[in-house]
Design a protein around this ligand. Structure first.
Ligand code: 13P
Length: 253
């Protein structure tokens, strides 16, 4: 059985007090309303991680995640955050390779390969993001493009390591635009990702990997996406900033 995961990527939103309030609202609603087999993950700004981890600590199916880590263990890397620092807050997951990081910070597939490996070595679960631009989709190259992202950032892992990774497919043209991928488009890409993972790591590993969809997911479209056979969860941006919407998405399976 693949894990059902609804992850909220807060991006660069919420002051510390606002973030703590949101996390505690989510924790309370999760307790009352969300099935225990749905895992909720709050991907908060780094400075929120420790207090948010403390607010959610008694709710078994709510965890915290960082939005990035350095590929270096420690040292003179001003402004960066290490895997050990993230772990020391109580967070268990880290988003790696979000398209906004790739675009605005020039993160490369090779750099992400190092970060994925370091996260796994340290015991943090990577949520590895992939996805194509509108131009790439319109050229018909989207499947090849995403397969290449997987190849260059994940193929150095062992099957056992890969079985611990969560994938998020986020078509760039659907992020923050209000335009979501259709359920057919999402299913097609998720199936192709699973097939590519099976070719490299074996069918058993590929069958166990949770593949999340991200891009304008909201309560109104979540059910249609989450009921696709290869869509195991969601990585939610805008709609994760309101506890009610985030929880309603988690109730859409
Ligand atoms: P939106 O849900 O705001 O489109 O953002 C998706 C996303 O980038 C999550 O990581």
């Amino acid at each position: 059985m693949r894990k059902k995961i609804i992850a909220g990527n807060w991006k660069m939103n919420k002051t510390l007090s606002e973030g703590i309030a949101l996390a505690s609202e989510v924790a309370n609603m999760a307790n009352d309303e969300v099935s225990s087999d749905v895992n909720l993950i709050l991907c908060t700004p780094a400075i929120h991680l420790a207090p948010v981890s403390s607010v959610i600590k008694d709710v078994a199916n709510v965890s915290a995640a960082a939005q990035n880590i350095s590929e270096h263990e420690s040292g003179a890397y001003t402004g960066d955050i290490s895997a050990d620092m993230v772990l020391s807050t109580g967070a268990k997951y880290v988003i790696l390779g979000h398209s906004e990081r790739r675009e605005y910070h020039n993160e490369t597939n090779a750099q992400l390969a190092d970060r994925v490996k370091l996260a796994l070595d340290k015991g943090l679960t990577p949520i590895f993001c992939c996805g194509e631009s509108l131009e790439t989709r319109e050229s018909g190259e989207h499947v090849n493009f995403v397969n290449n992202q997987l190849k260059e950032s994940l193929h150095h892992l062992s099957a056992e390591e890969m079985s611990k990774v969560v994938i998020a497919y986020e078509p760039i043209w659907a992020i923050g635009t209000g335009v979501t991928a259709s359920s057919d488009q999402a299913q097609e890409m998720h199936k192709s990702i699973r097939t590519a993972l099976a070719d490299q790591f074996g069918a058993e590993v590929a069958d166990g990997i949770s593949i999340l969809y991200g891009g304008s997911m909201k309560p109104a479209n979540a059910q249609e996406l989450l009921t696709q056979p290869d869509v195991d969860g969601g990585l939610i941006g805008g709609a994760s900033l309101k506890a009610r919407d985030f929880i309603d998405i988690a109730k859409s399976y």
